[in-house]
Design a protein around this ligand. Structure first.
Ligand code: F6R
Ligand code: MG
Ligand code: MG
Length: 366
């Protein structure tokens, strides 16, 4: 059976600042999908990561389907209504356009979709990150799909011996999609040269070279490219098929033990380590640290199993403690140097005005 997995995610309001959506908001989104998705979707799962609400659903309508995207858009509008009634912070903040047109891409919410013929057993992972940006997945996916130090299957499994093709988007180009296709292992130096720049180049998808099948779909939305200014961090979602011709679940998880530094954290303007967290973890220290959650599923004829929480294991407690130390370490240097993002990436224009005012006060000396 050919099915589509769609995940659509938005920040439509949260409790106590940018911490977590309310239960009433989540219920509203859930009920909306339940009532209005009956004839469109096969199954669905509503979750939140930090202040973002994600609608994961299965259907047979393919990628970028107008009706599926409209369903999610309207569910986010319904959730926003609840957010407003409850006085939640940032109600509807990711819904950047007035009217729905065609699909949700370019309207604010993040979207990632995979369409495939179901294998007899079909495991996949759903990642959601908060207080960071789409490029946060660049390093983990690079390591899981092209580095045998992290993915043993690249050398051990004949099903993966040809490597993978990465589709990388230039997120700074806004007129239309600008994408390059590069294959590992032959072109890993080129892949690395692009992926080092998390702000600009973002992995959009990854394909098996053994079968041609798609392994990864990731959101590439950069909100400031839509709104023309910063309106919040872009908090990306990602879907990853695992096992068989793809890396094993543990090989996809292995790079998250690094706690690599990403952009985001307080006011979307700082550098912090990405912490793999349990489902439903809220946001805390310095409006962070940047977090990623992971839910594993199997799917059969579009029906989802219950999620297995991939970061809910004693191993990750140890990792989280180390990452907390990393977060505290970089925070000790406050605004200085690498702890804060370059001007172009700051979420606020205020500092530019401040600097313009100060510039006028500089005096020239011979
Ligand atoms: C991401 C997030 C932050 C905020 C940023 C701006 O989920 O919450 O990136 O967008 O802290 O916050 P305000 O709008 O309160 O200035
Ligand atoms: Mg937010
Ligand atoms: Mg968020």
């Amino acid at each position: 059976m050919k099915i589509t997995l769609s995940v659509l995610k938005a920040d439509i309001g949260s409790i106590g600042g940018h911490i977590t959506p309310s239960q009433a908001l989540l219920n509203k989104v859930n009920n909306f999908i339940k009532e209005n998705g009956k004839d469109l979707i096969i199954d669905y799962f509503i979750s939140h990561t930090g202040d973002d609400v994600a609608i994961l659903c299965t259907h047979e309508r393919g990628k970028l389907d107008e009706k599926i995207h409209k369903l999610a858009w309207e569910a986010f509008l319904a959730g926003t209504d609840t957010a407003k009634k409850q006085g939640l912070y940032g109600a509807g903040q990711d819904l950047l356009k007035e009217a729905f047109s065609g699909n949700i891409k370019g309207m604010g919410p993040a979207v990632a979709e995979l369409e495939f013929d179901e294998r007899p057993n079909e495991p996949f992972l759903f990642f959601a990150a908060d207080k960071t940006e789409p490029g946060a997945y660049n390093l983990p996916f690079y390591l899981s799909f092209s580095d045998p130090m992290y993915c043993a299957g690249l050398t051990l499994s004949p099903k993966m011996n040809k490597g993978f093709t990465f589709h990388i988007m230039d997120a700074e180009y806004t007129e239309k999609d600008k994408v390059i296709e590069l294959s590992s292992p032959e072109e890993i130096y080129d892949i690395a040269a692009l992926l080092r720049d998390n702000e600009r180049y973002v992995i959009e998808s990854i394909y098996s070279r053994n079968t041609g099948n798609q392994a990864v779909a990731s959101s590439t939305t950069r909100l400031h490219n839509i709104a023309g200014k910063y309106t919040g961090k872009d908090d990306p979602v990602s879907l990853v098929r695992v096992q068989g011709e793809f890396p094993a679940t543990g090989e996809v998880l292995s790079p998250y033990q690094i706690g690599h530094f990403v952009a985001g954290f307080m006011r979307g303007s700082h550098t912090g380590p990405l912490m793999p967290c349990k489902q439903n973890t809220t946001i805390s220290y310095f409006d962070g640290p940047p977090v990623v959650t992971g839910a594993a599923f199997c799917v059969r004829e579009g029906k989802l199993t219950e999620p297995a929480d991939v970061f809910d294991h004693p191993f990750w407690d140890h990792v989280r403690n180390k990452i907390s130390e990393k977060a505290a370490d970089i925070r000790r240097q406050g605004f200085s140097g690498a702890a804060m993002l370059p001007y172009k990436e700051l979420e606020y224009g205020g500092i530019v005005e401040r600097l313009e005012k100060l510039d006028k006060k500089f005096k020239f000396r011979d």
